[in-house]
Design a protein around this ligand. Structure first.
Ligand code: THU
Length: 136
């Protein structure tokens, strides 16, 4: 069951990769996530002539979900044309914003591994830090 969902997310991420707009890097990425309510959202990277305006696949998927009212991600799968692609630092921060115990699925439809955010983003600064300043 869990395996089926992971595989499905990998396949959806692979499909989303097909829409990547990558005229500058030629590095296509796809992401697919499932929210705590069971909805699936996908995203691809979208580049810009002003390189800094580029949006990664992970954040595209997350922002689509959040803008539809979702606030918690349970799993997010990431694929590129490499065997493994890990989320960039900014995406790790955004994943942390919208998750508690998220699984991050790295690889491709044939072979993938499941990691926690703590594996990828230990000692992170989060809203918990902002809450703990209250009353100090
Ligand atoms: N990129 C992603 O979309 N996600 C990642 O996890 C790594 C990097 C994109 C950003 C840019 O469009 C291209 O890959 C090269 O950095």
């Amino acid at each position: 069951m869990t395996e089926d969902i992971n595989k499905k997310l990998m396949q959806e991420a692979e499909k989303a990769k097909g829409n990547a707009y990558v005229p500058y890097s030629n590095f296509a990425v796809g992401a697919a996530l499932i929210t705590e309510s069971g909805d699936i959202y996908t995203g691809c990277n979208v580049e810009s002539a002003s390189y800094g305006a580029t949006n990664c696949a992970e954040r595209t998927a997350i922002f689509k979900a959040v803008s539809d009212g979702h606030r918690k991600i349970k799993k997010i799968a990431i694929v590129s044309d490499l065997d493994e692609t890990y989320p960039c630092g900014i995406c790790r921060q955004v994943i942390a914003e919208f998750s508690d115990d998220v699984e991050i699925i790295i690889g491709n439809a044939g072979s993938y591994k499941v990691l926690t955010l703590d594996d990828l983003f230990p000692h992170s600064f989060t809203k918990k830090d902002l809450e703990s300043i209250e009353g100090k």
